[in-house]
Design a protein around this ligand. Structure first.
Ligand code: ZN
Length: 121
């Protein structure tokens, strides 16, 4: 089972960041509607995780789309000259439940992305 880590991480993400999910846990479990909601939500996320609909890394195609649209580095705001020098970053961190979708993607220089904790500190 290569998905074990993903599933565990997804579960933790949901318990920390998904208000609806947290609420459904906090409310008394005898409430059938809440239990159903929790179960459905969890199954949905599980299915996406296992099927790879939410891969952790952005595809090259997605990177190219972003690059062709606007090749500005979100960290230093300078233009990225070559796609080889670009890296795609999650706006909402993956570890906090941010999806790997184009809406949640932003381009940065490889260098900037590596050192963003220094730059943004
Ligand atoms: Zn940059």
């Amino acid at each position: 089972m290569g998905h074990t880590d993903d599933i565990r991480e997804t579960m933790i993400d949901m318990m920390c960041n998904d208000d609806e999910f947290i609420q459904s846990i906090e409310i008394q479990t005898s409430n059938t509607k809440q239990m159903t909601l929790r179960f459905k939500k969890w199954m949905d996320v599980l299915e996406k995780t296992v099927s790879g609909s939410y891969p952790r890394t952005f595809s090259y195609d997605l990177k190219k789309q972003l690059f062709d649209r606007d090749s500005t580095c979100w960290i230093c705001h300078n233009r990225i000259m070559a796609i080889e020098d670009a890296e795609v970053d999650h706006k909402d961190p993956y570890s906090k439940g941010g999806p790997t979708t184009i809406e949640n993607a932003q381009l940065a220089h490889r260098y900037c992305n590596r050192h963003k904790s220094d730059k943004l500190a």
